[in-house]
Design a protein around this ligand. Structure first.
Ligand SMILES: [Zn+2]
Length: 455
């Protein structure tokens, strides 16, 4: 359905359009005007919208998806490292900062944006930029990067919609509670166009990772230790109280808080802290877990009840499972990466790359997630479940489900054209599909035919 007399700027037809709404609607054609989707349906539905000025793209059976939203991707770091990644590529550079000048940091963001466009990514969350990293070891996460983001947004030079989380401690390191509370109090989240650059809240590192025995856990590692929270405090109880204080302060300030928590105990402390903060000051802020490696089944109902999200990385799970297992005594290791339980509980979790830890390639991520889920359900239903984790669900995480994340009328025309229909090849076949074209707000930001970038 479209307004009478409306002529579209762009019509894409003859394709397999995966709307990825809750009803899992399929269509063959989409019309776009002024950067927004104005019609979705059959090819014939588009005929009245085609005028002399309309660009008509014949998809010839290619697939069309909403633009990909990577809910956890360090673009500033990715651009400085690419084509290397932490767990891939030949070798990490020697110690020392990756970026030292403003020009290098700007270049890194632009390079990452180009890589992402070539992979169909039209939105991402930059998880942790701020004063806590002004003297950080990589040079990639300090407050100058936020200035550059603002500058690129003002220039209209961003090629993805960016959700940014502020950081008041070290990335993957310790934070002083005072610094975090001061940072929350002083946070300036205003931006000129929140649909281009939005500062959603903050990132906090609660603990480390299971393979390093630095995840904060209920049980013990093979050496008898149990990890600890990365906040200051004399003992576990005091550090747990600090995390509660930080979550409550974020809640009162209306800031979304994403907490790196991999150990089951770190996860439980955060989930309890959100419950307490919600009781004191109810607000729909969609706080979420990052990584959640050792999330216990019994914690999932509270996560769902409290309107929380989580972002998981199946690719990292596959890469580190054995290593993580070695941290625990035989037969004593906790269950890891409960994707199946999260799906069954209806938890709004997203899948993300954590690039440059892994390459920012959603095709590999979904194939890895599919292997974690096992083959219990119908393969196409499972595939669509996974596709929603990188489109519609992260849009919810961004409080943006009204205007992005699916191919529906009224939403921004962030779209990706694929060489083949994912339904035909299944999740395991996704890595063989090519990204042919990426649209951001109806404008082509990547076209494999004219600007081939290895993906
Ligand atoms: Zn990360």
């Amino acid at each position: 359905m479209a307004e009478n007399g409306l002529i579209a700027d762009l019509v894409l037809r003859g394709g397999r359009v995966h709307v990825l709404d809750a009803e899992d609607t399929r269509a063959t054609a989409v019309a776009v005007t002024d950067g927004r989707i104005v019609a979705v349906g059959a090819d014939t539905d588009m005929t009245p919208l085609i005028g002399v000025g309309t660009e008509v793209v014949e998809l010839d059976g290619r697939a069309l998806l909403p633009g990909i939203n990577d809910a956890h991707l360090h673009a500033s770091w990715l651009g400085a490292l690419w084509p290397q990644t932490v767990f891939g590529g030949p070798q990490l550079p020697a110690d020392g900062p990756l970026s030292t000048t403003r020009e290098q940091r700007r270049e890194a963001l632009l390079r990452a944006a180009e890589v992402m466009s070539s992979l169909g990514i039209t939105s991402y969350t930059e998880p942790g930029i701020g004063t806590g990293e002004d003297d950080g070891p990589t040079g990639c996460f300090g407050s100058e990067v936020l200035e550059i983001y603002r500058e690129l947004a003002d220039e209209g030079a961003l090629r993805q919609r960016v959700t940014l989380l502020l950081l008041f401690g070290l990335l993957d390191g310790a934070a002083s509670t005072t610094d975090v509370l001061d940072g929350i109090a002083a946070a300036d989240t205003a931006t000129a166009d929140p649909r281009s650059l939005r500062i959603a809240g903050l990132k906090v590192f609660a603990d480390g990772i299971p393979p390093m025995r630095s995840a904060y856990i209920h049980g013990t590692y093979v050496d008898g230790s149990h990890g600890e929270l990365l906040l200051d405090g004399a003992d576990d109880r005091e550090r747990e109280r600090r995390l509660h204080e930080i979550v409550l302060a974020a809640q009162r300030a209306g800031l979304q808080i994403a907490v790196h928590a991999t150990g089951d105990r770190a996860i439980d402390v955060f989930v309890q802290a959100v419950g307490a903060a919600q009781d004191e000051h109810p607000a729909d802020l969609r706080h979420y877990l990052v990584h959640a490696d050792l999330l216990r089944d019994e914690t999932i109902p509270a996560l769902v009840r409290q309107g929380m999200g989580a972002t998981l990385q199946a690719g990292i799970a596959a890469f580190t499972a054995e290593w993580a297992g070695s941290a625990f005594a035989d037969d004593d290791g906790p269950a890891m990466w409960p994707l199946e339980h999260l799906v069954r509980a209806g938890a709004p979790f997203t899948l993300s790359s954590d690039a440059p830890v892994m390459a920012p390639d959603w095709r590999a991520e979904l194939a890895a997630a599919d292997r974690l889920l096992g083959a219990a359900s119908d393969p196409v239903a499972r595939l669509h479940e996974l596709l929603r984790r990188i489109t519609a669900v992260p849009a919810w995480q961004d409080h943006a489900e009204d205007w992005k994340g699916t191919v529906e009328v009224g939403k921004v025309a962030d779209l990706v054209v694929l060489s083949e229909d994912p339904d035909e090849v299944g999740a395991q076949g996704l890595p063989g599909i090519l990204i042919e074209r990426t649209y951001l707000g109806g404008a082509v930001v990547y076209d494999a035919a004219t600007a081939p970038v290895a993906n």
